[in-house]
Write a protein that binds this ligand. Structure first.
Ligand SMILES: [Zn+2]
Length: 503
């Protein structure tokens, strides 16, 4: 006898249908799975047999053949435990498909030896796929329930074990689960107020947040640069529904969702260490999972101690910084992940760290400093709009300097400036991403300001690329000020973020 159960799998963020066919006949007792193309097959077989036995379903000694199609597509092994087990139970008569569930639902889940259904990766993708393709619903692990409920208008049936599945298919009983109210994870008890002084760096981060500009803080140890960078998410606008789904999808595939964080509801902040492997940062690996640069999508990628990162990692950021996408190639296929983040970097100005402090403190030779700077200037600096230099505050400054605005107040300004950009470009485009054409259209200057700008460019010997960046930043500064036109003061401020020792 033969039965077919539906499931789905994914490659990158693309999902597709997988048909699980189970055929059971009177032959030499055997259990084989074809079409998985993975070493996970034998593990999967053992899990399914043991899970069925431990759930009270005694398998007759028969010849069981499971076929997963289409055959050519790469599939995750553990994903199909549940549909395979259901196929076997249907053919052996442990389940009766009284409500025509089998043709209308997708089934996903890994089994544990005692018959529990365990969390899988990419559940959200499958639910979106099921909805788009007109299926009635998805049966999936209870642990994936919260992420799945982000998608409305499709039945989500959470199951904890094989008996829950039997109850649903044979008796139409669905376990009732409370949808958790997901609080905006304001684990962020941090605030810009925590950092004294450094008004220029704070302002630069505000501009970066408002226009999605990439930014680098170059400063002495103890100047507060990492502390400030870590607070940038406190001034970013909250994610909208579409962005929440986008981010949660990537986290789901990466296996980064947890019971306490089943949904990504606020802008991600990722800060991989410089000793992280290139694969963990860029993505890839045997199963091709998204890396830090994709997990940061919709939020911030922060590289602290930028110069300590291997050159190869910095090089690999070039394409994502340019296109907002990373593509990972394999022999038979290519996977693309979004990697659309604000890039925030911090670095010392020299190996000892004190090149920006009053004379005498830095012990590096000019050659050492040049070598240090050269390492980061090549691949990355081209994509960074805002440069800020920071030095340590002395005791007197620490006592007298004000803290400036709170994150809440800054965030309100950022939200307003973002709204202006939405009017200008529509969704998902911000000043930091403007093309040459956009710059010509939206960054026009009055005759007087154009003359002034020309002079500045000549004096500071700014390149054509630097010229564009200043205009983009000036546009955001004008938006923050609620000004239609880019005025001289906006230009001057924008220029101040390029007058540095590193260019
Ligand atoms: Zn030094």
């Amino acid at each position: 006898m033969n039965k077919r159960v539906l499931s789905s799998s994914y490659l990158g963020v693309e999902s597709f249908l997988i048909e699980v066919e189970v055929d059971i006949s009177n032959g030499l007792p055997n259990f084989s799975i074809i079409g998985l193309g993975d070493t996970a097959i034998s593990e999967s077989k053992d899990r399914i047999k043991t899970a069925l036995k431990n759930s009270g379903f005694k398998l007759e000694p028969k010849k069981i053949i499971v076929n997963l199609s289409p055959a050519g597509i790469r599939k995750e092994g553990s994903h199909f435990d549940l549909p395979i087990a259901i196929g076997i139970m249907l053919v052996m008569g442990f389940i009766k498909d009284r409500y025509n569930t089998i043709d209308n639902y997708l089934f996903l889940g890994e089994l544990s030896l005692n018959g529990d259904v365990k969390r899988i990766r990419g559940a959200l993708n499958s639910v979106i796929f099921a909805k788009e393709n007109g299926y009635k619903g998805v049966v999936l692990p209870l642990e994936n329930f919260q992420e799945a409920t982000l998608i409305k208008g499709i039945n989500i049936v959470p199951v904890e074990n094989l008996n829950d599945v039997v109850n649903f298919i044979s008796k139409n009983i669905v376990k009732s689960v409370q949808t958790k109210i997901i609080e905006k994870n304001d684990e962020n008890l941090m605030d810009f107020l925590d950092v004294k002084g450094q008004s220029m760096a704070k302002r630069a981060l505000e501009i970066a947040a408002a226009g999605k500009h990439n930014i680098i803080l170059i400063g002495s140890p103890g100047s507060g640069k990492s502390m400030l960078c870590k607070r940038i998410t406190t001034i970013l606008p909250p994610l909208n529904e579409k962005e929440i789904i986008e981010s949660t999808k990537i986290y789901s595939i990466a296996g980064e969702l947890t019971e306490s964080k089943p949904i990504i509801s606020s802008p991600p902040f990722r800060s991989p260490h410089h000793t992280s492997t290139p694969v963990s940062i860029v993505g890839g690996g045997k199963k091709v999972i998204p890396g830090e640069i994709s997990l940061a999508s919709g939020g911030v990628l922060f590289l602290d101690e930028l110069a300590e990162f291997p050159r190869s990692v910095l090089e690999s950021l070039r394409q994502p910084l340019e296109d907002g996408i990373v593509s990972i190639s394999r022999a038979q296929y290519r996977v693309e992940f979004k990697s659309n983040f604000i890039f925030v970097a911090a670095t010392n100005p020299c190996p000892c760290g004190y090149a920006l402090e009053p004379t005498g403190k830095c012990i590096c030779t000019q050659t050492e400093i040049n070598k240090y700077i050269k390492k980061i200037s090549g691949p990355i600096m081209d994509r960074i709009d805002l440069h800020v230099e920071m030095r340590r505050l002395n005791e007197n400054e620490l006592l007298t300097y004000q803290s400036g605005d709170s994150s809440k107040i800054i965030r309100e300004r950022v939200i307003k400036a973002r709204a202006i950009q939405k009017e200008r470009f529509g969704d998902d485009i911000y000043n930091g991403m403007m093309s040459q054409k956009d710059i010509q259209k939206y960054c026009t200057l009055s005759d007087e300001n154009r003359e002034y700008f020309k002079k500045v460019i000549q004096t500071l010997q700014i390149s054509a690329r630097g010229y564009d960046k200043i205009l983009k930043v000036a546009r955001t500064i004008a938006d923050l000020a609620g000004s239609n036109d880019i005025e001289k003061e906006h230009l001057m401020e924008a220029v101040s973020f390029r007058e540095n020792s590193i260019n």
